[in-house]
Design a protein around this ligand. Structure first.
Ligand SMILES: Cc1cc2nc3c(=O)[nH]c(=O)nc-3n(C[C@H](O)[C@H](O)[C@H](O)COP(=O)(O)O)c2cc1C
Ligand SMILES: [Mn+2]
Length: 508
C-alpha cells in the first residue's frame, strides 16, 4: 500500500513485536522420551520436579493441584506414598509449565510459547507424518496384571480433584483407545473417566468427537464396544489424544510420526486393541449397549460444573495392567487460564493456523487460541489483508474448521501488525478497528456441548446443545484502509534508536 505522506505505514508497524511469518526452522526437534518415566527424568534434569509424600487422594492432592495448575511457574508435582493406594503408586500433575513444556514437545527450552507453537506446527502439524505402531509380545505395562475377581480400580491413586466432583476421576491425563466398527481405524481420545466401583468406570464423550461417533455406531448395532484406557501415557501421546487431529487418522500413527519411530503396542488380551507397551496403567474392558450409570458432576475446563449429573455409558473392567510403582498422569481442569489452556493454546494454535491455511485462506500470518478461553472460547487470527472479504473469510473458516467448530464463542480477526497471542493487543484492535453495528457476524446453531455453561437448562434438557458464535472483524476496513489513522507507536527504526540511546535508564 502506498501512503502519500511520510507517516509510518500503519499496515506494517508492529505494535509490540507482532508474530508474523513462519518460524525459522533451523531448530531440529528431538523428543527425549518415549514414556512417562523417561519424561520425568528429563523434567528432573531441568530442576522442575517436586516430590511430596503422604498427601491424601481424598482432598490434599486436589488442593495442591488446584494451586499449581493455575501457576505457570509452579513445578511439576509427583505425589508418593498416598495412603490407601497400591504401594509405590504415584500421581504426577502439572507436566506442562516452565521449561519442561518445550522439552515435552521436543524443542529447545529458550523458545517462547508462540515460537514453540510455530515450531511444533511447521515440524509436526503442517504435513502430518504417520508411522503405524509396531506389535510386540510384551512390555513393562504387563509387569502387574489384575484380572477377574482381582480387579479393583479403587486401589489406584485417583484423586477427588475438586470438592464438588461426583467421584474420583482416574481419567483426566488419560486417553481411550477404540476401534471404528465400520472403518476399522483406531482412535485415541481424552475423555474424563470416573470410578463407579471396583470393577466399573463411567466416561463422558461429547457428541461429535471421534470417540463418540464410534460409540454411537456400536450402540446403533446393539454391540458392545471394546475400550482400553491409558492412564499414564507419555505426555506427547496424551497431547495428541486431546487435540483435534483429523478424522480417520489414528493418533497412534501420528505419535509414531512425531517420534520418528513406531509406538510399541501389545495386542490387548481381552479386547485385541493395541495397548502401548510402555504405558504406566492400561485398563481394558467393554461397554455394553444401554448400560448407563449416573456420571458427574465434574469441575470442567470452562470453569464450571456445567454438565451436571447424567446417565453415561459404563465400562465393565476385565483387566488392569500396570508397571511397578505406576504413575497416574493427572490433568484436571481448573478455572482458566490453567494448565489445560496452556498446552492446548500451544498445540491448538498450531492446528488452527493449519486448518485455516488448508481451507485456502491466503496470507494468514498468525493464529492464537487463547488460554483464558481454554483455547476454545476465544480465537484470534491475523491476516495480511489482500482483498475485500478476506477478513470475513478468515473469521468464518477459523470459527467453523475442525479446531474451531466445537464449543467456540468469539473469533477476532486482526491485521498482521497485531500480536494475536497478546490479549491486550487483540482487544485494543477490536476496540479501535471494529464497529459493533457492522463488524460482527453471528452464526447460530453451532456445534457445542452440554458442558457449555451458557446454554439454557430447558434446551439442554431436550438435547439441544448448540450455541452461537460472534466473528468480529477487527481489521482496518478494507475500502478505506489507507485513510485509517496511523498508529501512535514508534517505527522499528525509532524503537531501535530509543533503545540504543536510553535503555540504560531502565536498568535497575
Ligand atoms: C484434560 C482433558 C479432559 C477432557 N475431557 C473430555 C471429556 O470428558 N469429554 C469429551 O468429549 N472431550 C474431552 N476432552 C476433549 C477431547 O479430548 C478432544 O476434543 C479430543 O480432540 C477428542 O478426540 P477425538 O475427536 O479423537 O474423540 C478433554 C480434554 C482434556 C485436555
Ligand atoms: Mn481422533
Amino acid at each position: 500500500m502506498k501512503r502519500k505522506d511520510a507517516q509510518p505505514d500503519p499496515m506494517s508497524t508492529p505494535i509490540g513485536g507482532a508474530v508474523t511469518g513462519r518460524a525459522g526452522s533451523n531448530v531440529a526437534p528431538h523428543l527425549a522420551y518415549h514414556d512417562l518415566r523417561k519424561w520425568l527424568e528429563e523434567a528432573e534434569k531441568l530442576g522442575e520436579v517436586k516430590t511430596v509424600k503422604n498427601l491424601s487422594w481424598e482432598q490434599d492432592i486436589g488442593m495442591v493441584a488446584g494451586m499449581a495448575l493455575r501457576d505457570e511457574s509452579a513445578p511439576c508435582f509427583v505425589f508418593e506414598d498416598i495412603p490407601g493406594t497400591i504401594k509405590g503408586s504415584r500421581v504426577l500433575v502439572n507436566f506442562f509449565g516452565g521449561k519442561r513444556k518445550n522439552m515435552t514437545l521436543g524443542f529447545p527450552t529458550d523458545l517462547s510459547k508462540v515460537e514453540l507453537s510455530e515450531e511444533f506446527r511447521v515440524h509436526f502439524m503442517s504435513n502430518i507424518k504417520r508411522i503405524p505402531p509396531k506389535y510386540v509380545e510384551t512390555g513393562p505395562v504387563m509387569q502387574n496384571v489384575m484380572s477377574g475377581d482381582d480387579v479393583n480400580v479403587m486401589k489406584f491413586p485417583a484423586p477427588q480433584w475438586h470438592h464438588g466432583d461426583g467421584g474420583r476421576y482416574i481419567g483426566t491425563g488419560s486417553y481411550n483407545i477404540t476401534r471404528d466398527p465400520d472403518e476399522g481405524w483406531i482412535n485415541c481420545g481424552t475423555y474424563r473417566v470416573m470410578i463407579h466401583d471396583e470393577k466399573s468406570l463411567g466416561f463422558y464423550i461429547s457428541p461429535g468427537k471421534h470417540g463418540r461417533q464410534m460409540r454411537d455406531k456400536y450402540q446403533a448395532r446393539g454391540e458392545r464396544m471394546p475400550v482400553a484406557i491409558v492412564c499414564g501415557g507419555d505426555p506427547m501421546s496424551f497431547l495428541m489424544g486431546c487435540s483435534e487431529v483429523p478424522y480417520g487418522m489414528s493418533e497412534l500413527d501420528i505419535i509414531g510420526g512425531i517420534r520418528g519411530t513406531p509406538v510399541d503396542v501389545i495386542k490387548g488380551p481381552v479386547t485385541g486393541l493395541p495397548l502401548p507397551a510402555n504405558a504406566e496403567i492400561v485398563i481394558e474392558g467393554f461397554v455394553e449397549p444401554d448400560n448407563e450409570r449416573v456420571e458427574g458432576p465434574f469441575g470442567e475446563w470452562t470453569g464450571y460444573y456445567a454438565s451436571d449429573l447424567r446417565p453415561e455409558p459404563v465400562l465393565d473392567i476385565k483387566a488392569i495392567y500396570y508397571r511397578n510403582d505406576p504413575i497416574l498422569l493427572g490433568c484436571p481442569p481448573e478455572r482458566p487460564p490453567d494448565e489445560i489452556g496452556r498446552y492446548r493454546a500451544v498445540v491448538r494454535s498450531a492446528l488452527l493456523r493449519e486448518n485455516i491455511e488448508k481451507a485456502g485462506v491466503p496470507a494468514v500470518t498468525a493464529a492464537w487460541a487463547h488460554e483464558v478461553g481454554s483455547a476454545r472460547l476465544l480465537l484470534a487470527v491475523a491476516i495480511n489483508q489482500r482483498y475485500p472479504g478476506h477478513a470475513k473469510q478468515a473469521g468464518h473458516i477459523a470459527t467453523m474448521c475442525h479446531v474451531g467448530a466445537y464449543c467456540g464463542r468469539y473469533t477476532i480477526v486482526v491485521d498482521d501488525d497485531i500480536d494475536v497471542s497478546n490479549l491486550e493487543e487483540v482487544i485494543w484492535a477490536m476496540l479501535t478497528r471494529s464497529d459493533p453495528a457492522t463488524s460482527i457476524d453471528i452464526i447460530r446453531n453451532a456445534w457445542s456441548t452440554p458442558l457449555d455453561p451458557r446454554i439454557e437448562p430447558e434446551r439442554k434438557a431436550v438435547g439441544d446443545n448448540s450455541n452461537s458464535r460472534a466473528i468480529i472483524d477487527a481489521c482496518r476496513p478494507w475500502h478505506w484502509r489507507d485513510k485509517f489513522p496511523a498508529v501512535n507507536a514508534p517505527t522499528p527504526e525509532e524503537r531501535t534508536l530509543a533503545l540504543r540511546k536510553f535503555s540504560h535508564l531502565f536498568e535497575s
